[in-house]
Design a binder for this molecule. Structure first.
Ligand code: SAM
Length: 167
């Protein structure tokens, strides 16, 4: 089991510390992209946290479930309006199984905090993610520079990638 870093004050301060990530300019294109990818099917979020993305996605009528290592983060999610429709499970998303079939599985990670908070994560480059996807039986279908589908180039500082299971 990986170390659970989002406990106590970190979980309690997550939403306030990530305020910029709750801005409509950030969240609306994120949720629009994911809702389109879910295409009316159910979505599963790896690292659902306090539901920053899951709640507005569920508010669009998408059935959303999630997994998170941190019971404290999930407790924050469950205290929010709209969370009653979201099935959230505590566990490692590498090993936890959520019953059901999902049209979309997504993961959004950002380590920035108002308070300094070091994590032992490392960057995974797109080529490495593509290899992991291929090993999992998925193929790269789309790669964009952002949720607004701006073109991904050699100058891009982040990416939004979609891998699909071949029919
Ligand atoms: C930066 S937060 C992002 C939360 C939410 N996805 C968002 O965008 O606001 C990362 C979350 O991933 C969870 N997490 C990290 N590694 C995990 C793992 N292996 N299994 C399940 N959850 C994990 C953490 O507990 C934390 O709640």
């Amino acid at each position: 089991m990986p170390e659970n870093l989002f406990t106590g004050w970190v979980a309690a301060g997550y939403d306030a510390g990530a305020r910029a990530m709750f801005e409509p300019a950030v969240l609306e294109p994120t949720v629009a992209f994911l809702a389109e990818a879910a295409a009316g099917g159910a979505a599963l979020e790896f690292g659902i946290g306090t539901g920053r993305v899951a709640l507005p996605l569920a508010a669009r009528g998408i059935t959303v479930a999630g997994i998170d290592l941190s019971a404290d983060m999930i407790e924050r999610l469950r205290a929010k309006g709209g969370a009653e429709t979201i099935r959230a499970m505590v566990g490692d998303f590498a090993t936890t199984t959520v019953p059901g079939a999902f049209r979309l599985v997504y993961i959004y990670i950002d380590g920035e905090r108002v308070r300094r908070f070091d994590t032992p994560y490392r960057y995974a480059w797109p080529a490495e993610l593509d290899l992991m996807a291929r090993i999992a039986g998925l193929e790269l279908a789309e790669r964009w520079a952002d949720w607004d589908r701006s073109p991904f180039t050699g100058e891009s500082r982040k990416h939004v990638s979609v891998w699909l299971r071949p029919r």
